[in-house]
Design a protein around this ligand. Structure first.
Ligand code: CAA
Ligand code: NAD
Length: 286
């Protein structure tokens, strides 16, 4: 499929990533339909996209007309059947292989046979997701970074059967959305999270073993290495549930104990301290 033929995108999952991805696509002239199983998530996605666009307009990063046009290109739905006409679908639901596979089976039945099915997974095997469909050559990883409207990177992940045509169309679409592309083979965590998540996990071990306070760990990495956020602050921003799921995939897939999730990270997730989205994580936002 040539990128010029990508006129309609379906985004599945209206959380922080799905809403941001839908916004980026709409801001670049693509019609977008956003689906979520949770109606509350859909209304939250709608207001967070409006807020983000207003912020860009107020800072003169986007004209008022372009902002209004982007909002007109967005549709929100609770009916996956509305993806029938999509040329390209981007999945951004919970980081669970089983839940994603169930969705890919559904999408494969609904979405037209020429369409590409992309996953925004942070770590899960694209080859595994592709194997649940009848179109493995048209399944690919398209990994946006958080927050999608600001971050310049898309990491494209080729599954074992991803075709050259699917790769070329995904790369062209990513560039049309104003992003720089890197390409990874299909191994747990790909490039970015293979390197980033062990650092975040190590920050949790540093806190867990009493080496330093959370504030000093974050200040150390911000001022000591010029990172925009400290690792614990970044974990709260990403979502501690997402960080834990990624560590579990790295641990299972790469088979080395150095990837074992820190018990403190596990305990925070068990306690529902999922980070900024819940108002509490390593830090308290309430
Ligand atoms: N929409 C629109 N504009 C936004 C915005 C949003 N969602 N969030 C922030 N902005 C704008 C602000 O209005 C501000 O604009 P001006 O510069 O014109 O004033 C600018 O962006 C900076 O925002 P802030 O001053 O509020 O905050 P900041 O300077 O701390 O920047 C940040 C925010 C870009 C998120 C920065 O803190 C940062 O880069 N953090 C690290 C992010 C990161 O590492 N992301 C990758 C995570 S890993 C991942 O995504 C992969 C995975 O699978 C887990
Ligand atoms: P989130 O928890 O903010 O949102 C997930 C959304 O998916 C929720 O609104 C939920 O209602 C919805 N959902 C769950 N199951 C669904 C289903 N079967 N069908 C439709 N909707 C469903 O999560 P997020 O942080 O946006 O992460 C989404 C995906 O993006 C994950 O795979 C994650 O690993 C990946 N990712 C996350 C980040 C990050 O920083 N948070 C960065 C890059 C990639």
């Amino acid at each position: 499929m040539a990128t010029a033929t990508v006129k309609r995108i379906g985004v599945v999952g209206g959380g922080q990533m799905g809403s941001g991805i839908a916004q980026v696509a709409a801001m670049h002239g693509v019609d977008v339909c956003l689906f979520d199983v949770d109606p509350q998530a859909l209304s939250k996605a709608s207001s967070s996209i409006s807020n983000s666009i207003n912020r860009l307009v107020s800072k003169s990063h986007l004209s008022q007309v372009a902002g209004a046009d982007a909002l007109k290109r967005l549709r929100f739905t609770s009916d996956l059947e509305e993806f029938r006409d999509a040329d390209f679908v981007i999945e951004a639901i919970v980081e669970s292989e089983d839940v994603k596979k169930t969705l890919f089976v559904q999408l494969d039945k609904i979405v037209k046979s020429s369409a590409i099915l992309a996953s925004n997974t942070s770590s899960i095997s694209i080859t595994h997701l592709a194997s649940s469909t009848c179109r493995p050559s048209q399944v690919i990883g398209m990994h946006f970074m958080n927050p999608p409207p600001l971050m310049k990177l898309i990491e494209i992940v080729r599954g074992a059967d991803t075709s050259d045509e699917t790769f070329a169309a995904t790369k062209a679409l990513s560039e049309r959305l104003g992003k720089t592309v890197i390409t990874s083979q299909d191994y747990s965590g790909f490039i970015v999270n293979r390197i980033l998540m062990p650092m975040i996990n190590e920050a949790f071990f540093t806190l867990y073993t009493g080496v330093a306070t959370k504030e000093d760990i974050d200040t150390g990495m911000k001022l000591g290495t010029n990172h925009p956020m400290g690792p614990l602050e970044l974990a709260d921003f990403i979502g501690l549930d997402v960080c834990l799921s990624i560590m579990k995939v790295l641990h299972a897939g790469l088979g080395d104990n150095k990837y074992a999730p820190c018990p403190l990270l596990v305990q925070y997730v068990d306690a529902g301290r999922l980070g900024r989205k819940r108002g509490i994580g390593v830090y308290d936002y309430l």
